[in-house]
Write a protein that binds this ligand. Structure first.
Ligand SMILES: NC(=O)c1ccc[n+]([C@@H]2O[C@H](COP(=O)([O-])OP(=O)(O)OC[C@H]3O[C@@H](n4cnc5c(N)ncnc54)[C@H](O)[C@@H]3O)[C@@H](O)[C@H]2O)c1
Ligand SMILES: O=C(O)C(=O)C[C@]1(C(=O)O)C=C[C@@H](O)C=C1
Length: 308
């Protein structure tokens, strides 16, 4: 039997991601003890019943005391408050990491709040579902997925190595980049697609001459996928857009221009341009799939060898 990577891990925020992490860490025996804490008394009680942690602390200081690793798994807009709540209780040499979907704003809000005797290694597992809360978590969520680690001025080589080792042991493939680069990449691959889904489902629901029941009835195809994404947690996504404002607005500008170009092609019966555009995007999907077959390139969010 191999040694656990950490003695005590504390997880702050026990929703989809925090509870999945706790389950995965227990499954792979990556820590001697996993202690959980959530700001909501109701979530703490439900987590205790579900039993995915060794213990659920009633206070944040009890959770964090003596932990070698503290994971912040709260919405991006709550990261600063969570960091402030753990800061006075962190052990000497503790590593703090997070799982937020936005990185530069989290680094700005968290790094300076933490004491000098702790390291901070920002992270983002590119894995999730439209569900939230402790009941939604599962141990294999991170298996065969990417995890992006974005070291900052408060990261040490040793702390980055430990966090990378954790995600690797959970079955993820880790890629390292700057927080700013992460935010622009995820704006196009994750944040804008969610905005499009929220928008199209809202538009469909608002159409006066299409009834709600018709929207449900005919949503078996492409629209159904949009409704799944548009069911994602409102608080989480509000915080993503408010905290990745620049990158999202930059990508959205490009997106709107391209959409306007497609609109013109339809208006002016420019069939050739439409066909050329669709042929190009079809080739892009095919090249992504081909690349995924012999490299670790993304195959729709999954590293090589993990097709659905
Ligand atoms: N859901 C996804 O698909 C997904 C994927 C990757 C990363 N993320 C990121 O992971 C983080 C958590 O997302 P989730 O889906 O698990 O959310 P969730 O809503 O399921 O859980 C978040 C939990 O944090 C708790 N919380 C809020 N503020 C707190 C505080 N100050 N102290 C302690 N607990 C607090 C809430 O009570 C809640 O139980 C977010 O930053 C999100 O951007 C989400
Ligand atoms: O599969 C889904 O439901 C997701 O939306 C997961 C998804 C994504 O966009 O890929 C959503 C947000 C996270 O930050 C990471 C992963």
């Amino acid at each position: 039997m191999t040694e656990p990577l950490f003695d005590k891990i504390a997880i702050v925020g026990l929703g989809l991601i925090g509870s999945s992490l706790a389950r995965g860490i227990k499954k792979h025996a990556l820590a001697t003890t996993v202690t959980g804490f959530d700001g909501s008394a109701d979530v703490r009680a439900r987590s205790k019943d579900l039993g995915f942690c060794d213990s659920i602390a009633e206070t944040v200081d009890e959770a964090v005391t003596d932990a070698q690793l503290v994971v912040l798994a709260v919405p991006v807009g709550a990261m600063a408050a969570a960091a402030q709540s753990i800061a006075p209780h962190l052990a000497d040499g503790a590593i703090v990491t997070d799982v937020g979907s936005v990185k530069a704003a989290v680094v700005r809000q968290v790094a300076d709040v933490l004491p000098a005797h702790a390291a901070f290694v920002p992270g983002h597992p590119v894995a999730g579902t439209e569900h939230s809360g402790p009941e939604a978590g599962f141990a294999d969520l991170f298996e065969g997925r990417w995890c992006v680690v974005t070291p900052c001025a408060r990261s040490t080589d040793a702390s980055v190595e430990k966090v990378v080792a954790l995600w690797t042991a959970l079955g993820s493939t880790v890629e390292t980049m700057t927080p700013e680069h992460h935010d622009i990449v995820l704006a196009i691959t994750s944040h804008i697609p969610h905005l499009i889904a929220y928008n199209i489902v809202g538009t469909a629901a608002d159409l006066e001459d299409v009834t709600q029941s018709e929207v449900i009835k005919f949503s078996a195809g492409g629209f159904r996928d949009f409704t799944r994404i548009a069911a994602s947690d409102p608080v989480m996504w509000r915080d993503v857009f408010l905290n990745n404002k620049e990158a999202v607005l930059e990508v959205l500008g490009r997106f709107s221009e391209d959409l306007a170009a497609l609109q013109r092609m339809i208006r002016w019966d420019d069939g050739q341009s439409l066909q050329d555009h669709f042929a190009r995007t079809r080739a892009i999907r095919r090249s992504i799939i081909d690349a995924g077959q012999d490299t670790a390139d993304a195959d729709f969010g999954r590293p090589h060898g993990h097709d659905d």
